[in-house]
Design a protein around this ligand. Structure first.
Ligand code: NAD
Length: 293
């Protein structure tokens, strides 16, 4: 059937309307997929190690990275809990193994790297997430308590960076993400060892970033750090047991609430992905406005 010019023009307009509507639905679908936690492939093909992944932030980071296409190695001293995280990820169609790992132990790091390489062949992302805290005045803190916290929060990050550099430089680079804290940026009473350790993570991150950059040893490894405010995990539980402390901590966050583990996991995903390819040595602050005052 022959169409007149006016009918042809109308048909073209209708087709273009249909394409626009279809694109809009596609964009909406993508948004819905993201909300439902379906795969968006932002770190597809990458291999990531996440320390301290038994619960809290580490678990959320592992689930999000796996959901976005990464093969994940989740480690912690709590073997039973990481096994559960691994089962959860694999049952949702992700790829994950769990390895018992004390971040203060050099031989444990060596074992974790070897197993990662034998299972997945490479390492692209390391999230130095494991950490501990205690609340004590400086004058009540023993040297043993100070050293014990430092060994996890600072020695553990140092060892992770060292082992990751050795591994990543052989395969052309990667991304190292260190979970610091607002405590690494500002002071507060009763947690000096924690503050000092996270301040150390901040400086260590910057020094490592320069060493690993093109201007340094040319390894193409990016090293960044994240500064969460109070996030709803087991680490924040002591605050909930004291009404006054809880209200005070809440008042630090102008946004009016504590963070959720996913708030930090989204920052980890960004730094792990190529979307952050121009970032190294930087501080990603996720603190509900705490340090904006
Ligand atoms: N929750 C918060 O409010 C908050 C705020 C800022 C920063 N952070 C940081 O985020 C990271 C994760 O903390 P979280 O809130 O999920 O706490 P969490 O206590 O739930 O998780 C910490 C994990 O580290 C593990 N761990 C402890 N010692 C270890 C060791 N020697 N080797 C390996 N694993 C070890 C624990 O078993 C635990 O699973 C920590 O570095 C913490 O300092 C937390």
């Amino acid at each position: 059937m022959a169409l007149c010019n006016r009918q042809k023009a109308r048909a073209v307009n209708l087709t273009s309307d249909c394409i626009q509507i279809s694109n809009a639905f596609h964009a909406l679908d993508e948004l819905r997929c993201f909300e439902k936690g379906k795969k968006m492939d932002r770190v597809k093909g990458k291999v990531a190690i996440i320390t301290g992944g038994a619960g809290g932030l580490g678990r959320a980071e592992a689930i999000l990275l796996a959901g976005e296409g990464a093969r994940v190695v989740v480690t912690d001293i709590d073997e039973t809990a990481i096994e559960k995280v691994s089962v959860e990820i694999n049952s949702r169609g992700g790829k994950c193994i769990s390895i018992k790992h004390d971040v203060t132990s050099e031989s444990d790091w060596s074992r974790v790297i070897q197993r990662t390489l034998s299972e997945f062949g490479k390492l692209d992302v390391l999230v130095n997430n494991a950490g501990v805290i205690f609340y004590k005045k400086i004058e009540d803190t023993s040297l043993a308590e100070w050293r014990s916290l430092m060994s996890v929060n600072l020695d553990g990050v140092f060892l992770g960076i060292r082992f990751a550099i050795e591994t990543m430089k052989k395969t052309g680079g990667g991304s190292i993400i260190n979970i610091a804290s607002v405590a690494g940026l500002i002071g507060n009473p009763d947690a000096a060892a924690y503050h000092a350790s996270k301040g150390g993570v901040r400086s260590l991150t910057k020094a490592a970033a320069i060493e690993c950059s093109k201007a340094g040893y040319g390894y193409n490894i990016r090293v960044n750090s994240i500064y969460p405010g109070v996030i709803e995990t087991a680490m924040a539980d002591p605050l909930k047991q004291d009404e006054v402390k809880y209200r005070t901590a809440l008042s630090w966050h102008p946004i009016g609430r504590f963070g959720e583990p996913e708030d930090v996991a989204n920052g980890v995903l960004y730094l792990a992905s190529e979307e952050s390819k121009f970032m190294t040595g930087s501080e990603l602050v996720i603190d509900g406005g705490w340090t904006a005052r």
